[in-house]
Write a protein that binds this ligand. Structure first.
Ligand code: ASP
Length: 307
């Protein structure tokens, strides 16, 4: 990636195993990622803010039942949906997170309202849903989120199959003004305990953005990402230790976390991008003003240079 590009964006659609996906399903993921990436790239090229772009791209992926966010989210132990999301504006350290939502159609938009329309950073559960009503953010009934595929995964988990994540969505961007933003949205882990909250709504764990440093969105075993403050740790390595974004992402994913824990997408102040993961696959895409425009799933292609 050329240093100092005008705008840059990376998106992810979750890290994990793709062993149970057939080629047509993989193609459907790629197509959906491509649509979201193109939309984000177009917005940034047209001068949209990184914040608006991150929210718009994540909303598209939340509305797509393929992904474990918004419609198509996974279920907890008792078959209910509890959605988590966060967003951060690197230009002023504005941040918003929402956790344990049961009826909010687009959790990323409610996270943005927490940031813009409240004095708080994190709202959970019934209070967060009441805040959605105060803000006029759309709510839906639980069956809106439901898909046959997730129902089958829930039944397998209930019958003792190991529960897994995958399909979380996120985006990071640098806009033409040089501002950074990050966001993440998820249904969490299949068959999670009721009330379990992952890293995705936690600023500094699942999402982080700070102008002059990086924007980060994470996916994987949320407990580990919270424990090690993954998103903020990458920012610290870049800002205070002067690591490149690629080296910082590599270090945290491969030398602090365990193999299989997950992955991150990162954009630096100069628009440099990193997409690093230790799972079999991470649905991901990257584009920038210098002509980069790529979607990848497994390890075969590495859209950005080595760590
Ligand atoms: N990080 C998410 C969580 O722990 C899950 C995932 O990214 O697959 O809730």
């Amino acid at each position: 990636v050329v240093a100092g590009v005008e705008w840059a964006i990376a998106i992810h659609g979750g890290a994990g195993s793709i062993a149970d996906l057939e080629p047509p399903q993989l193609a459907a993921y790629s197509e959906s990622m491509e649509a979201a990436l193109s939309r984000g790239a177009r917005m940034l090229a047209d001068g949209a803010s990184s914040l608006d772009t991150v929210e718009a791209v994540i909303r598209m992926l939340e509305d797509d039942p393929l992904f474990n966010a918004g419609r198509g989210a996974v279920q907890n132990q008792i078959g209910e949906y509890e959605l988590d999301a966060s967003i951060m504006d690197g230009s002023d350290m504005g941040a918003g997170g929402v956790a344990g939502l049961r009826t909010v159609k687009n959790p990323i938009t409610l996270a943005r309202r927490v940031m813009d329309g409240s004095s708080h950073v994190l709202l959970a559960g019934a209070g967060a849903e009441a805040f959605a009503d105060e803000q006029g953010v759309e709510r839906v009934s639980a069956d809106y989120f439901s898909t046959e595929r997730r129902q089958r995964a829930w039944e397998r988990a209930r019958d003792g199959a190991s529960s897994s994540g995958g399909g979380t969505v996120g985006a990071v961007a640098r806009d033409r003004e040089g501002h950074l933003a990050a966001g993440t949205s998820t249904g969490g882990l299949t068959y999670k305990h009721v009330g379990r909250i992952g890293d995705s709504p936690i600023i500094g764990a699942g999402s982080y953005a700070e102008d002059g440093a990086v924007a980060v969105s994470a996916t994987g075993k949320g407990e580990e990402f919270i424990r090690y403050g993954v998103a903020h740790r990458i920012a610290w390595l870049v800002r205070d230790r002067r690591y490149s974004v690629e080296r910082a992402a590599w270090e945290v994913i491969h030398s602090i976390l365990q193999p299989g824990d997950g992955g991150v997408i990162v954009v630096g102040q100069d628009g440099s991008l990193a997409m690093e993961f230790s799972t079999e696959a991470m649905f991901r895409g990257a584009a920038d003003a210098a002509g980069l425009h790529e979607i990848a799933i497994g390890r075969e292609a590495k859209p950005t240079g080595g760590g």
